[in-house]
Each structure stands twice: as structure tokens, then as C-alpha cells.
Design a protein around this ligand. Sequence first.
Ligand code: HEC
Ligand code: HEC
Length: 284
Amino acid sequence: MHFTNNKTLFTLIGIALCVTASATPVDEVLVIDEELEMTTRVQAVEGHPISEIYSGWHYRTPETRALEADSFANPGMLGVEQGEEIWHTVEGSEGKSCASCHDDAAVSMKGVGANYPKWDEKTQRPKNIEAQINSCRVENMGAEPYKFDKGGQKPLTAYIKNQSLGMPVELDLSEGEMQSWWEKGKETYYLRTGQLNLSCASCHEQNHGKHIRADHLSQGNVNGFPTYRLKQNKLISLHNRFRGCIRDTRAEFPDAFSDVLMGLEVYTTWRGTGLSVETPAVRQ
Ligand code: HEC
Ligand code: HEC
């Protein structure tokens, strides 16, 4: 291997040295507001390379875990409340809000977020909640689609997913061509890229439970997105997180909602089958 600069060499050594100390996920139970018991560890779905699946919650500090257990203290709930306001806001040429058609989200959106991405006949590709929101805005409201991470995209997505809090994640891979997108996502997951030659699996499958720099590596599950990141003081969307992880390997990162990242969303969501929806999870 030829190193182009000392910085790369230094980082490689840094990663080799830092991913050593082992610390297993904590043996605790997440109960939200002392009443809603969450499934944060579960037997893996058939075909999964890891036998027991853990939510990223198990890898966080006691303080961070406590924030998620209390919906008053969870700073991500402000985003959810903002989403609720947008839900009731009229926008676009048709003079409608989301609520005009879907009424009470606690009823109409209950369980919806636990089963996305879903196959979309119209576009012949999987759609996530963000894509569904945009399609309703354009086709049902006469409003502009949200750009990635802009406008109400994160708060509305968080609001919709929060209506499924505690419900198990499950995808229907028999719809349309979901299976081939799953395959594509799996390829991406194991593809080593970037100057550091790392794949998602290098960190989240082979080294979960260990420390990397100042962070404790989880299995990289997606059941809490959008998540509130304390480091950034805001809600972070799933595709932003994907891009950040890819950037950390010093690789070019794909566009949000591109085929590559949609495949990855299908595949990583499947890997977390059976975990409770935790949106908005609190992470480092
Ligand atoms: C004019 C009525 C109308 C408005 C306004 C509307 N929708 Fe929809 N929405 C629909 C219809 C019809 C469907 C089902 C068919 C489809 O997928 O388009 C749907 C489907 C959905 C779904 C998927 C439900 C599922 O079971 O998979 C979500 C999520 C959703 N809408 C969110 C929103 C949000 C958020 C807004 C506001 C930004 C909104 N909708 C505005 C009519 C509307
Ligand atoms: C160099 C190691 C590394 C690689 C490679 C990497 N990640 Fe990560 N990832 C991290 C770290 C560190 C975190 C923050 C701590 C944690 O939750 O694991 C993280 C967090 C995540 C999370 C958030 C988990 C949660 O509970 O909120 C997801 C999802 C994720 N990664 C997905 C991916 C995917 C998909 C890939 C491949 C495209 C990838 N990561 C590649 C290091 C990595």
C-alpha cells in the first residue's frame, strides 16, 4: 500500500490503535416516561450476520440514555412539536394542510413510519417518509417539494415517525422490486471505499462495542432517525448520517436520496428489524 501523505498514514494508524478497547453494550432497558417499554435488543431476522441486534441507545453514556427516556428532557421533541405545527399549516395552491386530508396524525400515521421505506409504483423505486411527504406536497397540496434537510423535512419526518414510537420496525421486501434494492444496499454496506478502505461493516459489524476515537461504535441501526445529535445540537436526518459516515472514510459521498443511499436505507432498516421505532432518538 502506498500512502500519499502523512496525514492519511497517521489516521490509519490512529484507527488501528484506537479501535481496541472493548466495551460491550450496556445491559439496561429503555422505558420512555416510565410507561412505554422499548425493544432495544432483539434476536436478528433470518439471514442477518449478527445474532443479537442492539439499538444505538445501548452504546451511549448514562446521561444521553436518560435524555431519551424522558420525553420532556429529550431535545428532539422540540423538532417533533415543530412538525406538528407544520402538519396543521396550510400551504400551496390547493389551500390545504396535511391535516386537511390526514386529520389526526396520532390515528392516521400510527404505525406508518415503522414500515418505511415502501415500494412506490409510480416512481418504480423505494420511497422513504421524506419522499412521501414531498409527493403529497406536490400532488395533493400544490406546494414545492422540500429540498434535502430543508424547510419542514426533518421536523415532519420526525413527527410522523414519532407516531410509531415503540412499534417494531418491519419492511415488506416482497413489494415490487424491494428485494433488488435490498441487494444493492447490501453491496454498498460491504463495499470498502475511500482512502481508509473501510466499509460500513468494518465499523458497525466487525467492531461494534469498541471505541473509536472518542466514540463508542454501535451496530449502526437506523430505528431512531431523525435523531437528535448532542454534538450538533439538532435533528440529523438518516441520509445526512450516511453521508457523514462515508465522508469519514475519506470517500466521495453520494447525494441524499440517490439510488445508492436509498438502497442503503432499505438494507440498514432491514438489519434493524424488530427494534422499536425510537424517533427522535438522542445520540452523541
Ligand atoms: C389532498 C389530500 C392530501 C394532503 C393535503 C396530504 N396528503 Fe398525504 N396522502 C394522501 C393520499 C391520497 C395518500 C395515499 C396515496 C398516496 O400515497 O399518495 C397519502 C399518503 C400519505 C402518507 C403515507 C401513508 C401510508 O400509509 O403509507 C404519508 C406519510 C402522508 N401522506 C403524509 C402527508 C403529509 C406530511 C402531508 C402534508 C405535508 C400530506 N400527506 C398531505 C392525501 C393527502
Ligand atoms: C470509521 C468507522 C465507521 C464507518 C466505516 C461507518 N460508520 Fe457509521 N458511525 C460511526 C461512528 C463512530 C458512529 C457514532 C457512534 C455509533 O452510533 O456507532 C456512527 C453512527 C452511525 C449511525 C447512527 C446509529 C444510531 O444509533 O443513531 C448509522 C445509521 C451509521 N453509522 C451507518 C453507517 C453506514 C450505513 C455506513 C457505511 C456507509 C457507516 N455507518 C460507516 C463510524 C463509522
